[in-house]
Structure formats: C-alpha cells, structure tokens
Design a protein around this ligand. Structure first.
Ligand code: NI
Length: 187
C-alpha cells in the first residue's frame, strides 16, 4: 500500500464533479481504496474521498462510528458510487474539519439521519441508515464527490476558526483538543 498526497484547498480537483467508478471490482479501484484507507489512517482521519487524493472518481472511505473514540477499532467502509437521502430527524450543527483544509474547523448543519446506498468492492449493494457522527461523515465525504467543501455548507462564517482557537467559540475558556461530541469530520 502507498500513502497518497492529499489535495489542499485551492486545488481544482476539489471543486470538480467526480465521475462514476463503473466497475468496482477493477484492480486499480481496489488498490485506490486500500491506499485511501492507509492515507486516512496515517492522517488521523475518519473519512476520505477520492478527489482528496487527486482521483476524480466517486469513491469514499468512511468509518461507521458514533464517536471519535471508536475510530481506533472500527473497520472503514468503502463506498463505490454512493448515494444519500436525508431521513426524518431534522438537522444538527457540529464542528467539522477536513484533511484538505488542515487546521480549520467550522460549524456545519447536517441532516441528523441519512439513508445510504452504494456498491462495495465486490460489486454488491451496500445500504443502510446512519445517524449522528456517521451520518455527518457520509454527508461530508459525498459532498467532496460533487466539489463541495464544508465551508460552502456553513451558515455562519463567524464560526470558522483554527482548531487551536476553538476554545474561544466553545466558550469554556479551557483548551480542548476537539469540540464536544459530534465534532470533527475527517479529523
Ligand atoms: Ni473533507
């Protein structure tokens, strides 16, 4: 496996609409997925989309987790040509980050619950429901496939902040490595 270079904000690949994978069993797709998982793990991330590693195809890897503590033990899902639909349950705001926008966090409203449908690497249909952090990760990663980055989803840019300054927005005056539960997509 190979560690891949992560595209950063400003690279046009992050703004492009990615093309469908087509055949999820193709060896190059299997290798890309394995390399993306290794790259995500190495960067301390909890999700990664192929355009972030300069491959403009509709492939994401994501950890199906309810909180960050689970990220060490849970195996990532590989989603090929994924689709989402919001489910009843309304929206909630939480801080997100992105491996392509290192150091920054912002409050992003997302659907609390989503249904997802994709293919796995064997070409089987993979479908289910997600809520909370996992639903947020899926919405963030699928946005990458359409050239959408989390600041474009923010409704109040005053909450955009460097992670090291986040304590000021959280209002407790104490340094914290991350925001409260639900925070921090990708890292
Ligand atoms: Ni991202």
């Amino acid at each position: 496996m190979t560690l891949l270079k992560i595209a950063r904000l400003g690279h046009p690949v992050l703004l492009a609409r990615a093309r469908p994978v087509g055949d999820p069993t193709a060896p190059e797709i299997r290798k890309l997925a394995a390399d993306m998982i290794e790259t995500m793990r190495d960067a301390g991330g909890i999700g990664l989309a192929a355009p972030q590693v300069h491959e403009s195809v509709r492939l994401v890897v994501a950890l199906p987790i309810g909180n960050r503590e689970e990220s060490r033990t849970v195996e990532p899902l590989v989603l090929v040509d994924p689709e989402l639909e919001p489910l009843a349950g309304g929206t909630e705001e939480a801080f997100e980050g992105c491996l392509s926008i290192p150091g920054l966090r912002g409050l992003v409203p997302r659907a609390r619950r989503v249904g997802f449908r994709a293919l796995d690497l064997a070409g089987r249909i993979l479908e289910g429901e997600a809520e909370g952090l996992f639903a947020r990760i899926l919405q963030h990663e699928l946005d990458h496939l359409d050239g959408v980055l989390f600041p474009m989803r923010m409704t109040n840019l005053r909450s955009l902040a460097f992670e090291s300054e986040l304590r000021h927005l959280l209002g407790d005056g104490e340094a914290r490595p991350t925001a409260p539960s639900g925070a921090g997509v990708e890292r």
